[in-house]
Structures are given as C-alpha cells and as structure tokens.
Design a protein around this ligand. Structure first.
Ligand SMILES: [Zn+2]
Ligand SMILES: [Zn+2]
Length: 358
C-alpha cells in the first residue's frame, strides 16, 4: 500500500513537471519539429508499389449536412497512379489527411454534375498542382464536362496566377496547373473512357432522371475490377456492367428513413424540406436495390456510399441497413470515409482496412 502511494506520488510529480515543460518554448519547438517531420515522412507509398488494385472511399456522404464526411468520392489506385471518381466537397481534405502523394495523380472521372459530386474539383486541381503533380489534370466525363472544367478554371484563375507569381514558375509551372476536359460520348449505352493497355475504364449510362447525362464507371486492371455507380436508381445497365466485378461501390438512399423524415417535416409545417425529401426518392436506389444489383451481377463485395441520410451512429446504421441481410447475407459493407480495399493481382482476395488507422 505504501509503495503504491509512493508510485502515485512520483507519477503526480512527473505530471506536474511535464505540464510545466509544455509551457517552455524550447520544448514546444522540439515537439512541433517532431510532429512536422512525422507528417512529411508519412506518405503511404506502399499503396502504390506492389501493383495491387486499391479502392478508397474518399467521400461517403450526400448533400445533407454531416460531420466528418466528404461528399461523393471514390479513389481507385492502379498502375502506380490514383484516379478520382467524383470530387465531392471536402474530399481533397481527406486525401491530404491520409498523405496521398499528389504527384501520383492519374485523373478525375465525373459521373454527373450535381454539386455534391463536383464541388471539390477546383480544390483538387489546385492542391495536386501545388504539391507536385507532374502534368495537367485530365478530367473525364460525359457531355457537359467541358463547361464544368472551364467554369472551375475561370473561378480559380486569379488564384493560379497568385501562386505562380509568389512561388515562381519552376515550382508552380502554370502549364501543369491546367485541367483538360475529356468529354466522352456514349456509343449506345457505354464507351471506353480510358485505356492505357493495363487499365481500362468503361463509362456506362445509368438512370438519374431527370438528370442527363449520368454515368457510372467500371475499372478493369490486370484481372481485378471495381464498378462505381454514381447516382442512379436500380437499372439494368448497373447489372450489365457490374457483371462478376470484385467490388461494386453503389449509392444508397434509405427510402424508409427519408419517408419518415418527410412525414416529420410535414408535421412541423416545413413544406420546403418536405417537398425536397419527396423529390429525391425517385432518382436514387435503396440499400435493398443495391443488394439486388450486386446479387444479379454476381459481384463479390458490395459497398454502399453516397448515403442518404448519412447514419450518425451505429443504431442509425442498423436502421439504414434494415432488410438488406434478407437479400444479401454477406459481402456487403456500409461505406465510410477511409474504407479501403486491396485487390492483389493473381488472386481473388479482397482485403479491407481503414485508411484512418494506417
Ligand atoms: Zn446526383
Ligand atoms: Zn449525389
């Protein structure tokens, strides 16, 4: 007992000293130096070096306000580069927090031009350029992508000028800071958006009516594959282009929750919100719809993202997923920012981890 009291006394003394030390500027500077060094050395280059295909959910939320999640964004890593499918608001911040090496930027693929899918395009272009992207940014998309790219370029034009003037044209070469719109026209219900011999990206039409155009993308890399839905109702083309994919990243709107929210808004006399909640139900898929698509397409793993509404806790997650296990008992995951999948080559393995814990 006496020894225990002695130990507690020593610990309290140490604590008092430590608390005192953190007020000393020289100690603060040392701690700061260590933190900056750790941050600068903390670049997950192993994500790029073993030639596996990887998929990271870089934005799992939808337009409704939510803490600590970005809007629609999926990152695909293949062949030493990373590609963005949509750049929802705050997604660039996620990439920065995970220390993704921006010099490895491969390109952006836009599914459609709703603000929750394109909001961060200007930030993404600016940040990847400032941190060493070696070439202009290709932005692929359906008809209309040129207008979106030109609009962002105009809005960020003055800032681009400030940065080159401030840091010099060698560090911030204006030619590399540009975005190049790559408008892909569908031939029938699909088109090859990109093919470099190893990585093939297929664009296909989905149904997000009355929004046109709206597309999804399938990435095939050396025998592994991922499909990203963008925004759509349950539609045959999702099944057709998801056939036998390793991973399907599908949007989801929980109809039963949205209908309950709509009724509550109506009860409170908030007609505007009631009306919006009513409108959005006809152009999204439910979690159960996504599960049916995954089953019919023989997909190995289904990930839900673009969650409407985004569940704020584990109870809400259970409500969101209600009924899904009856349709698909396993191989389905509710997405979150940082959810990461590794698909090793010459393998059927699908390895799940959390980018936030790397
Ligand atoms: Zn949309
Ligand atoms: Zn959306």
């Amino acid at each position: 007992m006496r020894n225990l009291l002695k130990l507690i006394g020593v610990l309290i003394s140490l604590l008092v000293v430590a608390v005192g030390l953190v007020n000393v500027p020289a100690v603060q500077d040392k701690l700061l130096d260590r933190a900056v060094t750790r941050q600068l050395l903390n670049s997950p280059t192993d994500l790029f070096e073993d030639d596996a295909m990887r998929v990271v959910i870089c934005g799992s939320a939808a337009p409704m306000p939510v803490r600590e999640r970005a809007s629609a964004c999926v990152m695909v890593i293949a062949g030493g580069k990373f590609y963005m499918v949509d750049t929802g608001n705050r997604s660039t911040n996620n990439l920065g927090l995970w220390a993704i090496p921006f010099s490895r930027t491969g390109g952006v693929f836009l599914t459609h031009f709703h603000s929750d899918h394109i909001g961060d395009l200007g930030e993404f272009n600016m940040m990847t350029w400032a941190q060493g992207r070696p070439a202009p940014l290709n932005v692929y998309g359906p008809q209309g992508v040129t207008e979106v790219v030109e609009g962002f370029a105009k809005a960020y034009g003055q800032d681009s000028g400030y940065r080159t003037a401030h840091h010099g044209p060698i560090l911030l070469n204006p030619a590399r800071g540009k975005m190049i719109p790559r408008e892909i026209l569908l031939e029938g219900d699909s088109a090859i958006a990109m093919d470099d011999g190893d990585l093939k990206v297929t664009m296909f039409s989905v149904n997000h009516a009355p929004i046109h155009p709206a597309v999804g993308y399938r990435f095939d890399y050396k025998g592994r594959s991922v499909v990203i839905s963008g925004d759509t109702i349950k539609v045959d083309n999702m099944i057709k282009y998801s056939q036998d994919a390793d991973l399907l990243v599908h949007e989801a709107l929980a109809m039963h929750i949205v209908q309950q929210m709509q009724a509550t808004a109506g009860g409170l006399g908030n007609e505007r919100i009631e009306s919006i909640l009513s409108d959005i139900q006809d152009y999204h898929a439910s979690p159960a719809d996504a599960a049916v698509v995954a089953n019919e397409a023989n997909v190995k793993e289904l990930v839900l993202y673009h969650l409407v509404p985004t569940p704020p806790n584990s109870i809400a997650e259970k409500v969101f997923m209600r009924g899904v296990s009856d349709i698909r008992a396993s191989g389905v995951t509710l997405g979150y920012d940082g959810l990461t999948y590794t698909l090793p080559l010459n393998s059927t393995a699908i390895i799940q981890e959390d980018m936030n814990n790397r």
